[in-house]
Design a protein around this ligand. Structure first.
Ligand SMILES: Cc1cc2nc3c(=O)[nH]c(=O)nc-3n(C[C@H](O)[C@H](O)[C@H](O)COP(=O)(O)O)c2cc1C
Length: 205
């Protein structure tokens, strides 16, 4: 099958792209509302794009009615935020956090998720996530034609890794045990992938 995207209407382009770009990591994004409550939502148009400076991108679309999503509005107004990597056993909570709640209604308060303070950073993190990126807004660019998306460049200032998922190996380098993180990833539509086998191979010289 050969699929020409220019012949498809926009919703089908979305479904085709999200079912073929597989699997995608998910940014579980915690931002601060203007009443000091917290907003939480998942975004799978997400990846690392640069390490100097350390940057990740998250692409955030509009609500169906054309309004900005709460996450990007919060980040425009307050430049600090936290991206978490969810584990497979957090799928139900992550999915629930994608519900569209009225502005200022907190997905965190509507869930059983707990926050924990982070020394030296204004925002808390989700206590049960194995990895969290403490970020500042680096840039936001508008992309897309009719329905514009906000392409957020997140500058990663610090990273939290749960002690049971990390060690310093005999060469003095950080080693993250991905099998202990069990990162959840996104497929198309309502499908997700659990963590599989770790394959290890040396790069050619
Ligand atoms: C796994 C998953 C991935 C998602 N990825 C994106 C994405 O990359 N971009 C986007 O705009 N919305 C994405 N969504 C939808 C948002 O999570 C949803 O619109 C959410 O209500 C936004 O919340 P907010 O208004 O509190 O920011 C995703 C939803 C799920 C369940």
């Amino acid at each position: 099958m050969q699929i020409k995207l220019e012949e498809l209407p926009a919703p089908q382009v979305y479904f085709t792209m999200t079912q073929t770009m597989l699997p995608r990591p998910i940014a579980w994004l915690l931002t601060e509302n203007d009443d000091a409550g917290y907003n939480l939502a998942p975004f799978s148009y997400f990846n690392a794009v640069c390490s100097d400076p350390p940057l990740a991108i998250v692409s955030i679309g509009k609500q169906d009615d054309g309004r900005d999503k709460d996450s990007i509005r919060n980040i425009r107004e307050r430049h600090e935020f936290v991206i978490h990597i969810a584990s497979c056993d957090q799928l139900a909570a992550l999915n629930q956090s994608s519900a569209t709640l009225p502005p200022r209604e907190s997905e965190v308060e509507a869930s059983d998720l707990e926050l924990t303070r982070v020394p030296g950073f204004r925002m808390p993190r989700l206590a049960d996530c194995k990895i969290a990126f403490f970020c500042e807004r680096h840039d936001i660019q508008m992309i897309g034609s009719k329905k514009q998306q906000s392409l957020l460049f997140a500058e990663i200032k610090e990273i939290y890794v749960a002690d049971d998922c990390a060690e310093i190996n005999p060469q003095g380098r950080l080693k993250i045990h991905a099998d202990k993180v069990q990162p959840l990833s996104r497929l198309g539509a309502s499908e997700y992938a659990s963590f599989g086998e770790v394959l290890s191979v040396k790069r050619p010289a």
